[in-house]
Design a protein around this ligand. Structure first.
Ligand SMILES: Cc1ncc(COP(=O)(O)O)c(C=O)c1O
Length: 416
C-alpha cells in the first residue's frame, strides 16, 4: 500500500489517517474497504456525519439524478428547489411534530461555521460579550469556536489569546459539586469576578470530551436558570443530533427547548457538508447579509439531507437506535467491562464510551491499533484520549453491530 505521497506532501496536521493507516477506496453501509480489499466495520461513522451509513442508495440515486438533470449546483443563498423541499420537509416532519418553532439559518458548510454564527448572534442579541461553556467541550476549531473548545492541544494551536469565555465544570466532573448552583453563584455574587454571559453553550452529551451524558434533570435546571437570568441556551447538536441519542434532537429527553441549536454532520445525509443554526424567531435580528459565506446550503447536501430525513422517519430510526443501544449496553456490561474491573462504560442511544482512565498506562492507542488490524474502525477521545468512542452508523445491522463489538472484545483481550 503506497502512502508516501500523503506522508511527503500532506501537512503534519493530518490526524485520523495516523490511526487508520491504509488507503480506502470504497464504503457501503457500515463497512469500509481499502485498496487491498480488506473490509473494516465502521464504528466511527465520520464522527457523526454518517448516521445513515456510507453511500445509501436513496441518497446516491437522488444526487446522480440531480446532476444528470443539470440542476443548479451553486447559487449562494438564492432560492432553489432543493432548498425549498428540504425546508418544507424539515419544518413539517421534524420541527412541527416536536412543537419547535425555529427559523433556520444556513451557515458555511461545516459545524464550526454554525457555532460561530450562533455565538455571534447570541452576543448581538444580548449585547454581552461573555459566553459560558463547559469543561470537556468540543465546539470546533475556528477561533470563536476554539475559544469554547477545551482540549489543550487544539487550544495551543490558536496562536493568540482567546477571550470572553468562562468554562464551567461539567456536571460529571465533581459529583459533590452542584454545577447549577455554582453558575447561579457566579451570576449573583457581586464578587464573583465573572461577566454575565450572553449565552451558555453545551453538548447535552459531550462526545469528543469522553462521552459525558448530562443528566436530563440537570438540563432542565440549566434551562430554568437561563430563563431566570435572561441568558440564551445554545445546544450544540452537531455530533449528537440527527438521531444519535435516540431522539432527533439530543435535548428532547429533557423536555427542554434551547433558544439556539447548531446542527451539522448527518444533516447532510451521506457525508455531504451542511451546517444549520436553528433560532427562535425573536432572535432573528440579523441584518440581510450580516453573516454570509460562499458555500451556505450546498444543493447536493440539501438533496441528500432531505433523503436522510425521509430515511429517519420511514425507517423508524428512534426506536431502532434505542433498541440497538441496548444491544451495545448489554454487550459492554457482559463481555467488555467483565474483562477487567478498571473498565468503565457509559453512553446513550448509539454513542458509547469505554473508559480506560483507571489503567496506569495508555490502553487506547494499542487497542484502536489492534481493532484496526482486526477490521474495526474506532476512535479514542476524552481526557488523555482514555475513552474509546463507539459510534456506528445508526442503520448498522444487528449482525454487523455484534460482529464489531466482538472484534473489540477480541482486540481488548489481546491488549490485556
Ligand atoms: C459538538 C461539535 N461541535 C462542533 C464541531 C465542529 O464541527 P466541524 O468539524 O464540522 O467544524 C464538532 C466536530 O466534531 C462537534 O462534535
Amino acid at each position: 500500500m503506497n502512502t508516501s505521497i500523503f506522508e511527503n506532501i500532506e501537512s503534519n496536521v493530518r490526524s485520523y489517517c495516523r490511526s487508520f493507516p491504509t488507503v480506502f477506496t470504497k464504503a457501503k453501509g457500515a463497512v469500509m474497504t481499502d485498496e487491498s480489499g480488506k473490509e473494516y466495520i465502521d464504528f466511527f461513522a465520520g464522527a457523526g456525519a454518517l448516521n445513515y451509513g456510507h453511500n445509501p442508495d436513496k441518497m446516491n440515486s437522488r444526487i446522480i439524478a440531480y446532476l444528470q438533470s443539470d440542476g443548479i449546483l451553486h447559487s449562494m443563498d438564492m432560492y432553489t428547489a432543493p432548498k425549498r423541499e428540504f425546508l418544507e420537509y424539515f419544518q413539517e416532519k421534524i420541527l412541527a411534530p416536536r412543537g419547535l418553532n425555529y427559523k433556520i439559518q444556513f451557515a458555511g458548510p461545516t459545524g464550526t461555521n454554525a457555532v460561530e454564527a450562533a455565538v455571534k448572534l447570541a452576543r448581538l442579541a444580548k449585547n454581552r460579550q461573555n459566553i459560558f461553556a463547559f469543561m470537556g467541550a468540543f465546539h470546533g476549531m475556528t477561533l470563536g469556536s476554539l475559544s469554547l473548545t477545551t482540549d489543550r492541544c487544539s487550544r495551543a494551536g490558536a496562536g493568540q489569546a482567546m477571550q470572553n469565555v468562562t468554562h464551567i465544570p461539567a456536571p460529571d466532573m465533581f459529583p459533590e459539586l452542584d454545577t447549577i448552583a455554582y453558575i447561579e453563584r457566579l451570576l449573583t455574587d457581586d464578587h464573583s469576578g465573572v461577566e454575565k454571559p450572553a449565552a451558555i453553550i453545551l453538548e447535552t452529551v459531550q462526545a469528543d470530551g469522553g462521552i459525558n451524558v448530562f443528566p436530563a434533570e440537570w438540563l432542565k435546571r440549566l434551562r430554568d436558570l437561563c430563563d431566570r437570568h435572561d441568558i440564551l441556551m445554545i445546544a450544540d447538536d452537531i455530533q449528537v443530533g440527527c438521531g444519535r441519542t435516540g431522539t432527533f434532537f439530543s435535548f428532547e429527553r429533557a423536555g427542554i427547548i434551547p433558544d439556539i441549536v447548531t446542527v451539522s454532520k448527518s444533516i447532510g445525509g451521506c457525508g455531504m457538508p451542511m451546517a444549520l443554526v436553528l433560532l427562535k424567531p425573536e432572535l432573528d435580528i440579523w441584518e440581510a447579509g450580516q453573516h454570509t459565506g460562499t458555500f451556505r446550503g450546498n444543493q447536493l447536501s440539501l438533496i441528500a439531507g432531505k433523503a436522510g430525513l425521509e430515511t429517519y422517519i420511514e425507517e423508524n430510526m428512534e426506536s431502532e437506535v434505542q433498541r440497538k443501544g441496548q444491544i451495545v449496553s448489554d454487550f459492554l456490561q457482559k463481555r467488555i467491562a467483565s474483562l477487567d474491573s478498571r473498565i468503565q462504560y457509559r453512553g446513550i442511544g448509539l454513542i458509547w464510551g469505554v473508559d480506560f482512565s483507571k489503567f496506569p498506562s495508555d490502553m487506547t492507542k494499542p487497542l484502536i491499533a489492534a481493532c484496526f488490524k482486526n477490521g474495526l474502525i474506532v476512535e479514542r477521545v476524552g481526557r488523555d484520549n482514555n475513552v474509546l468512542k463507539l459510534m456506528p452508523p445508526l442503520v448498522i445491522s444487528d449482525e454487523l453491530l455484534v460482529k464489531g463489538l466482538e472484534i473489540l472484545e477480541a482486540s481488548l483481550k489481546e491488549i490485556l
